[in-house]
Design a protein around this ligand. Sequence first.
Ligand SMILES: Cc1cc2nc3c(=O)[nH]c(=O)nc-3n(C[C@H](O)[C@H](O)[C@H](O)COP(=O)(O)O)c2cc1C
Length: 344
Amino acid sequence: MDVKSIFHTPICARLGIDYPVFQAGMGFVAKAELAAAVSNAGGLGCIGSGTMGSHELREQIRKTRGLTDKPFAVDILFAEIKADKTDKDVVRYADNVQRLIEITFEEKIPVIVSGLGNPAGIIPQAHKQGVVVMSLCGNVRQARKLEASGIDVIIAQGHEAGGHTGRIGTLTLVPQIADAVNVPVLAAGGIADGRGLLAAIALGAQGIWMGSRFIATGEATAHANYKNRIIEIDEEGTTITRCHSGKPCRLIRNKFTDSWVGRESEIQPFPLQMAKVGFVLAEKARYEGKIDDGGLACGQSAGLIRSIKPAGQVVRDVMAEAEAALDRRILHPAWPSAPASTAA
Ligand SMILES: Cc1cc2nc3c(=O)[nH]c(=O)nc-3n(C[C@H](O)[C@H](O)[C@H](O)COP(=O)(O)O)c2cc1C
């Protein structure tokens, strides 16, 4: 069998991409330059609209189109407005979210990703327009619910992930979700190289959705101090805290996260904490480089990230590493020989 074809999974053919490497639509970080670089390299780039207004989203979409003629996605945080009792089956989104949705449809983006909330309200229109809808998901129950709502692809995101994250580790979450649903699954959380891609495929995923690895790239919208801190820390360098947004979120451990230890009762629920603390201080930390002053989202894969590279190089390296891992670990394993026994 041709080794390359193992990695050209059905989702690649469906979306018209060469490699099953998906760049996460990270708020603050993932804008036109990053999305275009990943798509140009054969993966699927994604604009993170979570921190954008409608004007900026339209601008970023058009800028991306100017940099690539390949497909790319838009990630939206589907904040809902509670429906009244009479129409509880109707999903309504906050006005700003509704505007982001309209722009994404108007601009004919082929893939929409739901990073938070309930994307069910857009699925009928998406399918009418041939748009693929994917959603992040942290447990089997939610995966079944998403499938029942008509979702096209589920991104199973494990505890290791940077940003908002759940309680279940990627290694156990991905196969359980792959067993529970019939739609394609992508694996997310803790994946930063080709070994992770090979493992994800073995677990039943059709590709990988990587966030943290793509922050440490030339094209990510993040201060050099943030990127360099990712290179410096190891697998112990992150912590889960609600101090950034009010929801559990994996951040680099720093003076900001330490300052909330013991003061958890003062943390407001989501989205109040995000509005009061997260947005303001994350801008300082992520854009101005004051990396001890606010939340720096990053996953446990930081320990695997050793250099800042062009985003396209990340995609190419992941593919080369996955092929090498398949060859050296599975097809032609060459394990180090055990030391000779010294027992008498
Ligand atoms: C800086 C940062 C910002 C993120 N923002 C979003 C977001 O706005 N929407 C979303 O769907 N996921 C967001 N995520 C989560 C990613 O989509 C992805 O699931 C996660 O990064 C995967 O784990 P990894 O960091 O171990 O690769 C964010 C992650 C990071 C690190």
